[in-house]
Design a protein. Structure first.
Length: 320
């Protein structure tokens, strides 16, 4: 029968050998342990004695709990919280303005503070749509994905109909910086929970793989905010058309989101021009916003939806 030694016996032997002993000195200098044993009050077995290296390996495995976005067949999903509130800037220039929005009934509020690189834009939001689509696809398969995700930069650029040239990799990196730096404070619940603190749209990001030839990013790791993750897990998302990514005007993208969120199964949905301007997050004077709307109405580029403008009442409807 194997005879186990007590903690005290092991410690005494260890001190006698002075192998890695913290009290041992050489030439008057304290010697740091080369391999310190982890002691337990339980019987000493292979599972209760671990070296520092083994312990770090266990921690590393726990830290590597992430979801790989590599699904091929899935629908594009947009979270209803950011479809409802104008969180993302419509500006194509660096937007350093603090943005505050209150819903028409006064029940929902959002404050968006820009990052050093400016406020996150409606084009930056494509990162969240890509993530929400992949995570929802996994959830529909019965998985419980982590809010820490990994994906290839090329897959993201290709999926969102961007050119895969070097410049777009740098633009993607700026998008990630704005998404992390933009701070949100809101009373809008996601997943039946309210986040009672300011938070970034994403918690953090890092490049986990680079090209050996060009030093260009290959794989990215992102941790989504709890606020967004709760919305995805609770299925507070709507399917959107892939043609959304073909829209190149920020206002057109925002109008599509609003139409998709509010028309639903109705024949039509109406809103005043002024309220629509606020809901879009536009800072244009009303007369200029009216002209923008007329031009978009004539162009009729919105996928699936159309709208009419009559005496400052905007009516959205499904295209025939």
């Amino acid at each position: 029968m194997e005879k186990f030694k007590t903690k005290e016996q092991l410690l005494k032997e260890w001190e006698q050998k002075q192998y890695g002993h913290k009290g041992a000195k050489k030439n008057g200098v304290e010697v740091l342990p080369q391999q310190e044993l982890k002691f337990s009050t339980e019987s000493v077995t292979d599972t209760t004695l671990k070296t520092d290296k083994e312990t770090e390996t266990v921690k590393s495995k726990a830290a590597d709990d992430y979801f790989v976005c590599d699904l091929q067949n899935y629908s594009f999903k947009d979270d209803t919280a950011t479809m409802e509130a104008p969180i993302f800037s419509l500006s194509t220039q660096e937007d350093q303005k603090l943005w505050v929005w209150t819903s028409g009934d006064g029940k929902k509020t959002v404050e968006v503070a820009p990052s050093f690189y400016g406020r996150a834009t409606v084009f930056d939001k494509d990162v969240l749509i890509f993530a929400a689509s992949q995570l929802t696809g996994a959830i529909n398969r019965g998985e419980t994905p982590s809010r820490k995700i990994r994906f290839k930069a090329y897959d993201y650029l290709n999926t969102t109909m961007r050119n895969t040239s070097g410049d777009n990799y740098e633009r993607f990196k700026m998008s990630l910086k704005r998404l992390q730096g933009t701070q949100i404070t809101t009373n809008i619940k996601t997943g039946k929970s309210r986040i009672a603190k300011g938070f970034g749209i994403i918690d953090d990001w890092q490049i986990v793989e680079k090209s050996e030839k060009s030093d260009q990013m290959v794989a990215i790791e992102i941790t989504l905010s709890e606020w967004l993750y709760n919305a995805i897990v609770d299925q507070e998302v709507l399917t959107i058309t892939p043609k959304y990514f073909e829209l190149r005007k920020p206002l057109e993208r925002r109008l599509y989101e609003i139409a998709r969120k509010h028309v639903g199964k109705q024949k039509s949905w109406r809103i005043t021009l002024e309220n629509l301007r606020d809901k879009c997050g536009s800072v244009r004077e009303l007369r200029r916003f009216r002209l923008d709307m007329k031009n978009i109405c004539v162009a009729n580029n919105l996928p699936d939806y159309q709208f009419s403008l009559d005496e400052d009442i905007v009516t959205f409807s499904v295209k025939e």
